[in-house]
Design a protein around this ligand. Structure first.
Ligand SMILES: [Zn+2]
Length: 701
């Protein structure tokens, strides 16, 4: 359980499975042998893979065609160390020597060629291997399903995000289906087994595969397939949902298709004939997804709650954006992760801005607060490496701050040029890898400006600007004169700052392109100025009052959280409880207007602390406030409301008010929110996990 510290770690929908806890994109951890990548590249794979899901076992024969640009005598591959290599042979059928890395857990593997391979020469190696893989959240072979991403290293690779043409034959038990990128050439059933052959028409950046048992629920496409002489022809650019059920499938397919169209208009036509959507991650809770060329897998909760307002609205647009970035334009290095995760998050925001403005605003408000919550901000240039330190580090940096940097770029070169830059980036690099430097070059070409300062400051740097407005004496009575003051920035920092000047006779919008630290401006106003709001749409990544208050509250509560949420089995004593209550009350006074949106959570925790101290009346007051307040995330709001009802029902019970307890529990149950299903182990429960729904049902009886 890591949901306790204020705000930043409570990401999105679930306490126990933060939004996209395990979501990653293909093509990340590339083999470290970068110099070799330039020497040898894979061009084609022909793989026969057979699964025994009950045993977590796979047996494979992989033929990989490679091209060397220089003279090589040995080739370094990566293959999951759990897979035992039975044989490696070359194009002439000669057995080759190979050595696996001596380091435990290392996937590295060196294959020595019989005769050296010269420049621009091709060679074909065939690997026969088998083994049992340990199931992991994102890569698993189990009786309930199979997902092997490129990152699982289930096939020998010199570069797991290489663009290759593939023909993959997947054998699974007879009542299963198997999917990978490309088109299905055919399927055959044989006794207890079935096999599916897939082939790509063009090089793709992934060899991830999916196996699903019990394919019975049919499929739904948007737009609907054309009926042609007794068979259904799926139209180009369709989104099709498989086995998600008639209603969910239709709706999810329609939404995905709408997103495909949106990006098609804004970036480039979708490159695949259709986007297939399947369910995966059996048994996992929360919003989890994974995108591969031409297909997308989502978790059960995403299917179940796809229609619930406020449940992970950015999720599907984020995943679909990956079909362009980084699936079609892969990233050159992990350090270029801003062009994978941050851009997907930015595009998801762009989509929501058109289709669900409230969700788009919430997404930005949360990011403006949480991106600056970590004590130590990490440079975005660390890219996908940030994932190694867990989601608590990667999410606020790469998703939230990264997205805000994209928005800030709009205020530097304008939104139309950001769109044009993304279109050009795709056009220039589709089917290849590219870097942040490549993207910067395009932005500079389009804007005719040197943008070195922007990328240095926002991608490599860790500083955050402070932007304020200082009023100065105006020359005329109908004029407002001021200076925009920008701090913590280099001399060449330039952004367009919007402002809303509120007067007694209406408000005026104005924008100023800043130069350096102080930029004077004057605006004609219709009446006496009452208030000036800087950057009202929060377009610039900068310090805001909400972010500052959030930080202060977190500092204040760092110690008190140990008492409130400490995982130690030892009960805090009275003094400790009282001290924690004081700290929480002080945190409320730090933000009386609830700009940071933390007060609901704080009231809830206060209720818990008072309850533990035996002050039931105080506790009730706090829980009532928690029900009345809202946070910056709809699912978080629901979560605290539901649990406040649980506590209030328990308090009623303690007082012998059975009817009151039932009433309170009933009020909680009417919420019917996904948040009612969030598993949580509260302090003092001895680590027992439960959901608000389970508790409410029990109390309603
Ligand atoms: Zn992603």
């Amino acid at each position: 359980m890591v949901c306790f510290a204020l705000a930043a770690s409570f990401v999105g929908a679930y306490c126990d499975t933060p939004l996209r806890a395990q979501e990653t994109v293909p093509a990340q951890e590339k083999p470290s042998a970068a110099p070799q990548q330039e020497k040898v590249r894979a061009e084609r794979y022909e793989i026969d893979v057979r699964f025994e899901p009950e045993r977590g076992f796979l047996h494979a024969k992989a033929r990989v065609t490679l091209r060397a640009s220089q003279f090589v005598e040995a080739i370094e591959f990566e293959l999951n160390p759990r897979l035992q290599i039975l044989e490696v042979t070359d194009g002439q059928g000669r057995k080759l020597d190979f050595t696996r890395s001596g380091r435990i857990g290392s996937p590295k593997l060196l294959v020595r060629l019989v005769e050296p391979c010269g420049a621009e020469q091709g060679t074909t190696l065939t690997f026969v291997y088998e083994g049992t893989l340990v199931p992991r959240p994102m890569d698993y072979i189990t009786k309930d399903g199979i997902l092997l991403r490129d990152e699982s290293r289930w096939y020998p690779a010199v570069d797991i995000s290489a663009f290759t043409k593939n023909k993959i034959l997947i054998s699974v038990p007879s009542n299963w289906g198997a999917i990978t990128s490309g088109q299905m050439l055919g399927s055959i059933g044989y006794g207890l087994g079935a096999s599916f052959t897939w082939e790509t028409a063009r090089p793709v950046s992934s060899r991830s595969i999916l196996g699903v048992p019990r394919i019975t629920k049919g499929f739904q496409c948007s737009p609907k397939p054309v009926q042609e002489q007794g068979f259904q022809r799926i139209r180009m650019g369709s989104a099709c949902a498989f086995d998600l059920g008639e209603e969910s499938g239709s709706k999810i397919a329609a939404k995905a298709q709408n997103i495909l169209e949106f990006y098609g208009k804004n970036i480039a036509q979708y490159g695949d004939s259709q986007l297939r959507i399947h369910q995966a991650f059996p048994g996992a809770r929360g919003a989890i997804g994974y995108s591969a060329p031409g297909f997308l897998v989502v978790s059960e909760d995403l299917v179940k709650w796809h229609n619930y307002p406020g449940y992970a609205p950015e999720f599907l647009p984020h995943e679909v954006a990956h079909q362009w970035f980084p699936i079609e334009v892969t990233i050159a290095r992990e350090e270029d992760g801003w062009l994978a995760e941050s851009v997907a998050e930015y595009l998801a925001w762009r989509y929501l801005r058109e289709k669900d403005l409230a969700a788009a605003r919430t997404m930005v408000a949360r990011a403006m607060r949480d991106a600056l919550a970590p004590e130590l901000l990490r440079p975005l240039s660390e890219g996908l490496k940030l994932f190694r330190e867990g989601n608590e580090v990667a999410y606020p940096a790469l998703y939230q701050r990264g997205m805000l940097v994209w928005r800030t770029l709009e205020t530097v070169i304008d939104r139309e040029r950001v769109d044009a830059a993304l279109r050009e980036y795709y056009k220039r690099y589709a089917g290849r890898s590219a870097s942040i430097a490549d993207f910067r070059k395009i932005c500079e070409e389009l804007s005719g400006r040197d943008l070195g300062w922007f990328f240095d400051y926002y991608i490599n740097g860790m500083q955050i600007p402070e932007i304020t407005i200082r009023r100065v004496a105006a020359g005329a009575p109908n004029e407002y004169a001021g200076e925009i003051v920008v701090k913590n920035v280099p001399a060449d920092y330039q952004v367009r700052v919007e402002m809303r000047i509120e007067t007694a006779s209406g408000s005026v919008s104005h924008s100023v392109a800043t130069h350096g630290e102080v930029t004077p401006f004057t605006v004609t106003v219709p009446g006496p100025v009452q208030r000036v709001v800087v950057d009202p749409d929060q377009r610039i990544l900068r310090w805001t009052e909400a972010a500052r208050r959030n930080r202060k509250q977190r500092e204040l509560l760092a110690k008190a959280d140990m008492v409130a949420y400490g995982s130690t089995p030892i009960q805090p004593d009275r003094t400790e409880l009282v001290r924690a209550i004081h700290a929480y009350r002080e945190a409320i006074t730090e933000d009386p207007e609830n700009l940071a949106g933390n007060n609901q959570q704080i009231r809830f925790v206060l209720g818990q602390l008072e309850n533990r101290r035996g002050r039931l009346e105080n506790a009730s007051v706090e829980f009532r406030l928690a029900i009345a307040l809202a946070s910056l995330a709809p699912m978080e709001t629901d979560f605290y409301r539901a649990w406040a009802h649980v506590y209030l029902a328990k308090i009623a019970q303690k007082r012998g008010d059975a009817a009151g307890a039932r009433r309170e529990a009933g009020a909680g149950l009417t919420m019917k929110s996904p948040a009612l299903e969030t598993l949580v182990a509260w302090p003092g429960s001895g680590g027992r996990e439960t959901t608000a729904e389970q508790e409410l049902r029990r109390l309603a009886r």
